[in-house]
Design a protein around this ligand. Sequence first.
Ligand code: ZN
Length: 229
Amino acid sequence: MATAGKVIKCKAAVAWEPNKPLVIEEIEVAPPQAKEVRIKIVATAVCHTDLYHLFEGMHKDGFPAVLGHEGAGIVESVGPGVTEFQPGDKVIPLFISQCGECRFCKSPKTNQCVHAWDADVMSAPDSRFTCKGKKVLQFMGTSTFSEYTVMNQMAVAKIDPAAPLDKLISGRTWTGTLFGGFKGRDAVPQLVKAYLDKKLMVDEFITHNMTLNQVNDAIELMKHASGRS
Ligand code: ZN
């Protein structure tokens, strides 16, 4: 890939401060470091968790930030030590990692990997985003409101190459149980297969297809659809 190892300039919806509309900006996305993958985001959903963090000002790391945590994309390049992914792989970013080695990952009772909420999955100091010379924070390790993002490989699920990426399949219907209790890297590829086999309904939950430029409109639609103001 011509862009591998280089900074990518792309568009992202930046939350500069709480309770304000997102601003479409050109940001710089640094190359992936060790055990990280850089992903071209193809589709993203808006979720009430994004809204909560934006409008309640609860984003724990502060602002500016790029929100978005339900998306799908294609691996653009990988950092040193990444063997599981290669450019061109279709993937789903996970906001709960699955390292596969911690006691929670090894337990069938929980999907709460010990790395799920710590610096290993791209919290504040590890953001690869800058905009206008300022570091822009990543959100839930994912930041899918950007054309490109960088993630730790332990929070990325590789899916069937035949899967359509605009169906987010990380569905908001799961959020009530914190990612449905699923261990993401194991379960998401199986869910995608179930969708391809027509055993899982997804299309029925998609109400609008919009561009990144329309992200604020999408947030408004979601707010009104749920009766939340
Ligand atoms: Zn783990």
